[in-house]
Design a protein around this ligand. Structure first.
Ligand SMILES: [Cu+2]
Length: 155
């Protein structure tokens, strides 16, 4: 009698936990993760933002826009060197290959906050919403670091 009761009590506790693990393992459609979203502190009204995007899924995806309340507009920019001068241009998307990773980094493809409501200062926080063709909206928190050399002071 006692043994049966204990076994039943154990099962009642163990089963929901097992079911939960299985649910999280089979939940794989949205495989995009955005992390390390950061910017250098800068006094201007525009600021470059960098991030790491990982696609753990079996299908390619594409970052098509970024939204933020911190600025009037947000653009995706690519950098290229032309005649020894770094130029940048607006791009309409960034491909994220299946099982791959894309770094948005200084000197490369980056996010540009245009018309900042307040200059980016160390400790400034805010949410950026990354819009993917397939995964939809993925929100991530921005971290602003103390400004250093090698900044991105165009515009
Ligand atoms: Cu830029």
């Amino acid at each position: 009698m006692i043994r049966t009761f204990l076994a039943a009590a154990f099962l009642a506790i163990a089963l929901p936990a097992e079911a939960h693990d299985m649910a999280s393992m089979t939940h794989g459609e949205t495989a995009i993760a955005v992390s390390d979203v950061w910017a250098n502190a800068a006094p201007g009204s525009n600021g470059a933002v960098y991030a790491m995007i990982m696609n753990g899924g079996a299908a390619a995806d594409r970052l098509i826009a970024v939204k933020s309340d911190l600025a009037a507009a947000v653009e995706l920019h690519a950098m290229s060197e032309e005649g020894g001068v770094m130029q940048m241009r607006k791009v309409d998307g960034v491909d994220v290959p299946a099982g791959g990773m894309v770094m948005l980094e200084s000197g490369g493809t980056h996010i540009m906050l245009i018309g900042l409501k307040a200059p980016l200062r160390e400790g400034t926080t805010g949410t950026l919403t990354f819009v993917f063709e397939h995964a939809g909206d993925v929100s991530a928190e921005l971290t602003v670091r103390a400004g250093g050399s090698g900044g991105h002071d165009h515009h």
